[in-house]
Design a protein around this ligand. Sequence first.
Ligand SMILES: Nc1ncnc2c1ncn2[C@@H]1O[C@H](COP(=O)(O)OP(=O)(O)O)[C@@H](O)[C@H]1O
Ligand SMILES: [Mg+2]
Length: 280
Amino acid sequence: MEHIIKVDCLKHIYPDKTEVRACGLAFTVNKGERVIILGPNGAGKTTLLNHIIGLLKPVDGQVEVLGMSPYENFNKLRKHMGVVFQNVDEQIIGPKVYDDIAFTARSEGLKKDVVDKLALDIARKLCIEHLLDKIPHYLSGGQKKKVALAGALIMKPDFLILDEPFDSLDAKSKKEIIQILNTVNQDYNTTLIITTHDVNVVPSIADTIYVINSGEIVIKGDAAHVFSQLEVLKDASIDKPILSELFFQLQQSGIEVDIPFSIEEAKDKIIDMINEGQRV
Ligand SMILES: Nc1ncnc2c1ncn2[C@@H]1O[C@H](COP(=O)(O)OP(=O)(O)O)[C@@H](O)[C@H]1O
Ligand SMILES: [Mg+2]
């Protein structure tokens, strides 16, 4: 499969001389893949994303998006990307939610009725059509995230880049955003690249997880692979998801059970265990 994004041993130097790297394993992304970049604060996640978006210029190493350097092809690649930054307040600029969602479509010079339809379609998909006339400033954190997401998605980008989208969301909004992202990925084959330090969301949204710690990409793999590398996770100050921890401890107590990655899977395993127990 052809990689649409490739980062290899990236090095960045901020104006104050802080040096940040994304070295170690190569970071590669395939079309339609759901990729999570997991790491503690200060690991270099946002720096890596900003290089992929083309906002920063690497000092060393390879950064390629659709075979191009994103920094040198910013305008060309911009059309393929939807981006939601960590602080959506800085991103939401329209006087009304509608204006904000419609921003990219308008700047493409599309006709008003086309823009209206695109904005309404994406607002419906994200279940926020009732917010279109509201002033973004007064929305809740979860609603603002959805508005920023709708704005990023209006032109159906090939890939969607989200920096800590689950940060400071309550459990309900988190679940809704995960559901929306998975639906968008399925319906449009949109590639997702998401940073987070929240391990518990990872199994429900990731095909591939990269763990980054102090500028080194230390693990790449699916949830089962990544969450079995206990020592590496500990070194990166990453807890295991609570379900993995629970079932890992059951294994330690001598119970033969595989580690589940969703509540549904865990429920089925527990029911199986109870039923087996009753037969004994
Ligand atoms: N604009 C900046 N100027 C100087 N240092 C920065 C800047 N942005 C980030 N850094 C530093 O770069 C390192 C990586 O930061 P960042 O990429 O934001 O990590 P993460 O997103 O994983 O928390 C940190 O040590 C951080 O302090
Ligand atoms: Mg960050």
